[in-house]
Design a protein around this ligand. Structure first.
Ligand SMILES: Cc1cc2nc3c(=O)[nH]c(=O)nc-3n(C[C@H](O)[C@H](O)[C@H](O)COP(=O)(O)OP(=O)(O)OC[C@H]3O[C@@H](n4cnc5c(N)ncnc54)[C@H](O)[C@@H]3O)c2cc1C
Length: 469
């Protein structure tokens, strides 16, 4: 192995081959503290050709590699396993914005660019890069693409797949594929870009991308609406979409218990309402016309919702600061849950019409089977994506975790949903993929993996089981 690391040092410089265990530690630890892997070293190339050299060395010496961006992923995809025979390939030094084209509404960025930096660069050119997720200060574009990240603006702008026109990547045998095409129409055979998006580092290493930009809306309005039930939230969503169309850019659901957790762990953040309400919906309107137009739309929406008996209370943000405070409530739910500890997370997607039925039936089964359990239900209702997390009264062990997740995911399957909406499979949901996806689908995935990475060096054991012992 010293031979391998010696070649790596020659390729990217000794300072960029990190092998001291204290420096490796943050790269092999899961964000939620659930798992720690081991690695031979962390390699930090600064260019696409350096990535290609490292991948060629990995292929030659049969060393597995785990691509990593900000290591904020929630499915254990970006850290190696405990065998200690893999390297972590950190893309964070590949952080250049290669160019912005305002007429084509695109920008070309390297994989290690932090999402927040990309959003700021787009804004300074008068454009919006719409991907918005709580980890935006740490996660990278490469990670966003590899996980097909979603977030709070999917309703109008789509997930990462819809925000990317082209990709540059290094294949498993170390070839560079320049697919940085900035085209909105390009039907030239199999769509390799779409194949790599969401592939979680198992098919190629993404090194750069062409991202889609949109005009910055003239006005943005945020409102928190208090509701009686999930069913009322679904009716409110339908009303908002009918009245606001594409101007509705965010529709998040938060249960009262989720907001209680935020208040407990972040006392400065409180719901603006005097009373507790079973659910709240956080809405964002992005209006291309003006503040006045947006305010009038919001007023008519609120009165229509009141007339239909959907609205219990509402708090309209009247400044950017107030809007930020409402969004902070939503974005601090995962952080409050991490601080509270002991919860079993589920990132599920359902047809929106089935959400009330799923929540009612699953809450009931869980409460009967695990008396005293608490359910933290929140998420991107507008996309049919819920974070449905369970905190049992008893301490969590692997057996309870497995039984509760099986119960929730079986419910999801009954309601024609998906057990992974936006976090991916990683190393965490490999068994679920086998359990809930048809054999023919798994077989096609294995054939793709075998064709593109016959040596199985790219992130082995993620998405699909690693056939090696
Ligand atoms: C507080 C918080 C809130 C979050 N909210 C959301 C949310 O709303 N929506 C959402 O979708 N996710 C969310 N996430 C999850 C996470 O931030 C996203 O999955 C993000 O896209 C991961 O980016 P990353 O750079 O941290 O990737 P990493 O965690 O480093 O890696 C994730 C996966 O991508 C692969 N990968 C990374 N870079 C590359 C590359 N260049 N080429 C090939 N493969 C690569 C890794 O091998 C791994 O499989 C949240 C996470 C946190 C901590």
């Amino acid at each position: 192995m010293s031979d391998f690391l010696g070649h790596c040092r020659d390729a990217i410089g000794a300072a960029n081959v990190v092998s001291a265990s204290a420096e490796i530690a943050p790269h092999v630890a899961d964000w939620r503290g659930r798992k720690n892997g081991k690695a031979l070293a962390v390699l930090k190339p600064a260019s696409t050709s350096e990535v290609a050299q490292i991948v060629r060395l990995c292929a030659r010496f049969e060393v597995p590699l785990v691509p990593q961006g900000g290591n904020t992923g929630l499915a254990l995809g970006g850290i190696p396993d405990e065998r200690g025979n893999a390297i972590v390939l950190s893309l964070t030094r590949m952080n250049r914005i290669r160019g912005v084209d305002p007429f084509n509404n695109t920008m070309v960025v390297e994989a290690g660019c932090i999402l927040e930096t990309v959003r700021a660069a787009a804004a300074s050119g008068g454009r919006l890069f719409p991907l918005s997720i709580g980890s935006r200060g740490s996660c990278t574009i490469g990670g966003n693409l590899a996980t097909n990240a979603g977030g709070t603006a999917v309703l109008q702008y789509g997930s990462m797949r819809n925000l990317c026109l082209g990709i540059e990547a290094v294949t498993a045998d170390g070839e560079i594929w320049d697919g940085l095409r900035a085209l909105r129409k390009d039907n030239t055979g199999y769509d390799l870009r779409d194949l790599l998006i969401g592939s979680e580092g198992t098919l190629a290493v993404i090194t750069a991308a062409v991202l889609k930009l949109v005009p910055i809306p003239a006005s943005k309005r945020t409102v928190l609406m208090a509701l009686r039930s999930v069913e009322d939230a679904v009716h409110l969503l339908e009303l908002c979409q009918r009245r606001c169309g594409a101007m509705l850019t965010g529709f998040e659901l938060m249960s009262s218990y989720a907001l209680d957790l935020v208040a407990r762990h972040f006392p400065a953040m409180r719901s603006p309402f005097n009373r507790k309400h079973p659910y709240c919906a956080l809405l964002e309107l992005s209006d291309p016309e003006s503040d006045q137009h947006a305010s009038a739309l919001l007023e008519s929406l609120a009165s229509a919702a009141t007339e239909l008996g959907l609205l219990l209370d509402a708090a309209v943000a009247s400044s950017e600061q107030q809007s930020g405070a409402l969004w902070a409530l939503r974005e601090h739910i995962p952080l409050a849950q991490a601080a509270e500890g002991g919860n079993i997370k589920h990132d599920i997607a359902l047809p929106i019409s089935h959400i009330p039925g799923f929540v009612q039936a699953t809450n009931q089964t869980l409460e009967e089977t695990y008396p005293g359990c608490r359910i933290v239900c929140y998420g991107h209702l507008g996309d049919g994506n819920l974070h449905y997390n369970v905190m049992p009264a008893e301490p969590i062990n692997p057996a309870i975790e497995e039984t509760i997740s099986r119960l929730v995911h079986d419910g999801v399957a009954r309601f024609n949903g998906s057990f992974s909406a936006e976090h991916g499979i990683g190393a965490m949901k490999v068994e679920e993929l086998c359990a809930y996806r048809p054999a023919v689908e798994l077989s096609m995935m294995r054939k793709i993996k075998q064709a593109l990475d016959p040596q199985n060096i790219l992130n082995p054991g993620k998405i699909l089981t690693d056939p090696r012992p």
